[in-house]
Unconditional design. Structure first.
Length: 239
């Protein structure tokens, strides 16, 4: 995902290009908000921006340092950033680079997350690189419907990154090491808990939601839960 940076940040980076790292920590960051795709992350980012102002929330995505952040490397950040939100993995170095930050993440039923992800890609088609990946990796016979695609992914683990999302995300930092783990299925309740924990008054928003909250997965998909049992072992207690 490409992230549009604030014009003031571009000026600040020119004037103060030094990067943050273990040896140059960023004390102002209060929340490391990890966004696993299709777990209400877009809604949460907007909620942070409304509560704190856009200049206090820095999006860490592919074009703004997500790779470096995921590796625990040094990264340039606005001096007044209070929340870092985006598609980056947790790393042990973050404890020293962001000594005052709470690590926060949201999770979702693994089957439902995969179903929602595939639906999202089918809606965007070639606009999203992962849709192109689907077309490259899956047999043409599986591309007929959302259900057939999800079945192929679950039965044959065709794209490991899709079916082992939680295993990959929490492979170096355990889910138990996070200061906050929210469930998308209890969004309002857990958003209030995050507000209480951080002191940031967050309001419930629904952004980029393509699937109704009352939608039920097809029974043919529910029956395949055992194929990603390892994912449920990681997040099951937090759902």
């Amino acid at each position: 995902m490409s992230y549009k940076t604030h014009p003031f940040w571009r000026v600040e980076k020119l004037l103060s290009p030094d990067k943050n790292s273990k040896s140059r920590p960023h004390p102002n960051v209060a929340v490391l908000s990890h966004h696993i795709p299709k777990t209400a992350g877009s809604s949460l980012r907007v909620a942070f921006e409304q509560a704190l102002g856009a200049r206090s929330v820095y999006g860490v995505y592919a074009n703004t340092g997500a790779s470096a952040m995921s590796k625990g490397d040094e990264i340039w950040l606005p001096s007044k950033a209070r929340v870092l939100h985006g598609h980056f993995k947790p790393h042990a170095n973050h404890t020293q680079t962001f000594p005052n930050a709470i690590k926060a993440v949201w999770v979702r039923d693994p089957l439902e997350r995969i179903w929602s992800l595939v639906g999202h890609l089918l809606a965007l088609k070639e606009k999203h690189p992962h849709y192109i990946l689907l077309k490259e990796k899956l047999p043409e016979s599986s591309l007929k419907s959302q259900e057939s695609i999800v079945k192929e992914l679950l039965l044959n683990n065709t794209i490991e990154a899709f079916t082992n999302t939680y295993s990959r995300f929490f492979n170096s930092v355990s889910i138990d090491e996070f200061g906050f783990v929210g469930s998308k299925h209890k969004y309002e309740e857990h958003l209030q808990q995050l507000s209480d924990l951080t002191g940031i008054q967050l309001k419930t928003l629904q952004v980029n939601r393509r699937t109704s909250q009352t939608y039920q997965l097809p029974s043919s998909i529910k029956q395949l839960e055992s194929h990603i049992h390892h994912e449920y072992e990681i997040v099951g207690d937090f759902l």
